[in-house]
Design a protein around this ligand. Structure first.
Ligand code: KG4
Ligand code: ZN
Length: 344
């Protein structure tokens, strides 16, 4: 049996969780997340200094709560896993310092985990996927296709060359006066809109491969909005819904077509139990999920979408990645460092 405490503080969520791997499989004993959305709401994005201070304030409390909820003491842990990058350096440092302090105090090994590896390995925790599987990681900060070949082996097939889709959803919401985070707000409006009224581009579909671009969509939305405002002097409720529907359809079209190409390349990897998994906040989008599910049904590949709380930032994924690394024999030295950049 292996029990690991995980810590996450790389963006705007402070989190701690305890995961146990036993004969009966993996189990999340506790998972605590303190989000900072309200702290950054007035600034239209995450402010690094505010985030760093909030992480430093909350991380000890998160650990305490995670231990209490699991009914365990630090002495019951086999190791502490911590996000050591990539991310906002102030936040990552809070987590790494906390993990090192706890590790030194309790005589526990500390394992540095790549945040993206945490997301990418989550379907093994939730659904027991076998390597290699295809992963689309799509959030506010990331967008990439990976073939996950092992706990520390990721083959990148392509990704965004500019904005991440979540960022585009958030900017779209801002341009239309909708609340943050923009994804759920835009999705809600889009449900009642006509996706065909405005013609949005499908960037990079004419280019081979799995690379994507989303910054042009934001510009297209701004132009379409301004054209309506110039004509009518403002936006009606239905204008807003139609703009959201058109934007969301363009994002879903691009991600679905690029997923089709990524699946074609993945099929060459010869997986015995082929699967396509999604992770990241944008994977919460119902319209996108339905499209990707349909694509997998057409191609006979299992589609896996972990529960939303494990798709967005959390520490259970970090504890799990720590267990995977521990099983592979990896423990980091005491001089483990925080890394703002760390490609998989
Ligand atoms: O993974 P996440 O919690 O944080 C990181 O970006 O790392 O993802 C947050 C992003 C935000 O940009 C948010 O607008 C987007 O995920 N999002 C959505 C939906 N729910 C959250 N985007 C589209 N549709 C949604 N339903
Ligand atoms: Zn993340």
């Amino acid at each position: 049996m292996t029990i690991v405490l995980g810590l996450e503080s790389s963006c705007d969520d402070t989190a701690a969780a305890i995961v146990r791997l036993g004969d009966g499989g993996a189990e999340i004993l506790s998972s605590v997340v303190y989000g900072q959305t309200a702290l950054h709401a007035d600034f239209g994005g995450v402010v690094p200094e505010i985030a760093a201070r909030a992480h430093a304030e909350k991380i000890d409390l998160c650990v305490e709560e995670a231990l209490t909820k699991a009914g365990l003491g630090l002495g019951a842990m086999d190791a502490i896993a911590v996000t050591s990058g990539p991310g906002l350096i102030g936040g990552v440092l809070s987590g790494v310092m906390c993990a090192k302090g706890l590790g030194a105090g309790a005589g526990l090994p500390v394992i540095g985990v790549n945040h993206l590896a945490g997301h990418a390995l989550t379907p093994r925790l939730t659904d027991g996927l076998r390597f290699p599987y295809l992963m689309l990681l799509v959030s506010g900060g990331h967008c990439q296709f990976l073939i996950v070949e092992g706990p520390d082996r990721f083959r990148r097939l392509g990704g965004t060359i500019d904005d991440a889709p979540g960022e585009a959803f958030d900017k779209t919401a801002k341009l239309l006066g909708l609340p943050q985070p923009g994804g759920p707000a835009v999705e809600g409006e889009a449900r009642l809109g006509d996706p065909a009224r405005f013609a949005f581009p499908r960037p990079l579909l004419d280019r081979e491969g799995c690379d994507m671009s989303f910054s042009g969509l934001k510009t297209a939305l701004l132009r379409a909005r301004d054209a309506v405002v110039a004509e009518k002097g403002g936006l009606t409720v239905q204008d807003r819904r139609d703009l959201c529907a058109g934007f969301q359809a363009a994002v879903a079209d691009v991600l679905t077509e690029k997923s089709r190409r990524a699946l074609a390349r993945y099929r060459g990897a010869g997986a015995e139990e082929p699967a396509f998994a999604v992770a990241g906040g944008v994977a919460a989008n119902t319209a996108l999920r339905a499209r990707l599910e349909g694509l997998c049904a057409d191609t006979g590949i299992r589609f896996v979408a972990p529960p939303l709380a494990l798709c967005t930032d959390n520490a259970a994924m970090i504890a799990w990645a720590g267990i995977e690394k521990l099983r592979a024999g990896a423990v980091d030295p005491a001089d483990l460092v925080a890394r703002p950049r760390w490609p998989l």
